[in-house]
Design a binder for this molecule. Structure first.
Ligand code: ATR
Length: 300
């Protein structure tokens, strides 16, 4: 359903009226989130009468806020730190993506009064890689890191027949990920170098390379990598991380993290507003410019 809104004459803002479709992002804090910028831009681009707002909600108010937004007619919300566990708990229907990834980042308030929970991170990652012209089907991936993002990505890769090996600094977390997802193999961080040959994809899901984080040596040598290896990073500040620069310097194909942020958001947009947003250089440039504003930075 596309609900077309007018703009207020002389102003570049949509008119908010009784038909405006509402969504937002719940976090604490949430002021740094780029999601309102992205979704409101898409709403304007798609001609949808909608609005997407930041919703600062303290941890002990999460349930009250979600029930209130649902009662007020919101279509749904994104959920970010520190509410992801609460979001997993509050849903009436866990979509397979949420079950498999063990997390929820998107709530949809369905017309039958239920709260549906999705994780769009893994499918957003895959969609972004494919948008870079890389088919995600079969082969094997070495994932660095074993946090929430790693599990979501591992689940989506397994669904596409990709063999997944996870190396993490803290081995126990890699083991826990492997125990939660059949088909994942856990290895020691130091073994990453011996696991890399034969892999078609290398994915950094750790915080190594983030602006402000300590710079760490990876336990492998990209100069020895298979020339067909595709190197992906989910860090997007900076966009060209040290890992991606190293890969490019060795002639390897690279996929940066900004597109994953955009694609995972697009999947939520489609569920709430009934139309797939255009994902291309325009929205990427919009976000890129915002990330480079003075005092910008932080998560999506
Ligand atoms: P998320 O859930 O968003 O993925 P997270 O749970 O904080 O985030 O995970 C961050 C990942 O970065 C973890 O895998 C972490 O390794 P540990 O499990 O050993 O903590 C990894 N990480 C962070 N700093 C690292 C470093 N200096 N070297 C190697 N791995 C690092």
């Amino acid at each position: 359903m596309v609900n077309t809104g007018d703009t207020v004459p002389g102003r570049d803002r949509p008119r908010i009226d009784g038909h405006t479709l509402l969504a937002g992002v719940i976090g604490w804090p949430v002021a740094h989130s780029r999601s309102p910028l992205m979704h409101n831009w898409w709403l304007a681009q798609c001609g949808v009468n909608g609005a997407y707002v930041p919703l600062p909600v303290a941890p002990d108010q999460f349930d009250t806020a979600v029930r209130g937004l649902q009662a007020a007619g919101f279509r749904g919300v994104n959920v970010t730190i520190p509410h992801k566990e609460s979001a997993y708990r509050i849903v009436d229907r866990l979509h397979r993506s949420a079950q498999r990834s063990g997390s929820v980042n998107t709530l949809v308030f369905s017309s039958d009064g239920r709260i549906e929970g999705y994780s769009t991170d893994g499918d957003g990652f895959v969609a972004n890689v494919e948008a870079h012209g890389v088919a995600v089907k079969g082969g094997s991936a070495l994932l660095l890191g074993a946090g929430g993002a790693a599990r979501a990505i591992a689940a989506s890769l397994l669904d596409r027949g990709v063999r997944v090996v996870v190396a993490n600094r803290t081995r126990a977390r890699a083991d826990a990920l492997a125990a939660s997802l059949a088909g994942v193999e856990a290895i020691d961080w130091a073994q990453a170098g011996s696991a890399l040959p034969g892999c078609t994809m290398l994915v950094n899901t750790t915080s190594i390379g983030m602006e402000g984080a300590a710079q760490v040596q990876f336990p492998f040598d990209l100069a020895q990598a298979d020339p067909e290896l595709v190197v992906c990073d989910i860090v997007y500040v900076p966009r060209q991380t040290a890992l991606l620069k190293w890969a490019a310097a060795n002639g390897l194909r690279t996929v940066d993290g900004l597109g994953m942020l955009i694609h995972q958001a697009g999947l939520g947009f489609e569920k709430w507003f009934g139309v797939a947003p255009g994902i291309g250089p325009d929205v990427e440039a919009l976000l890129d410019a915002d990330l480079h504003r003075p005092a910008a930075g932080g998560a999506g």
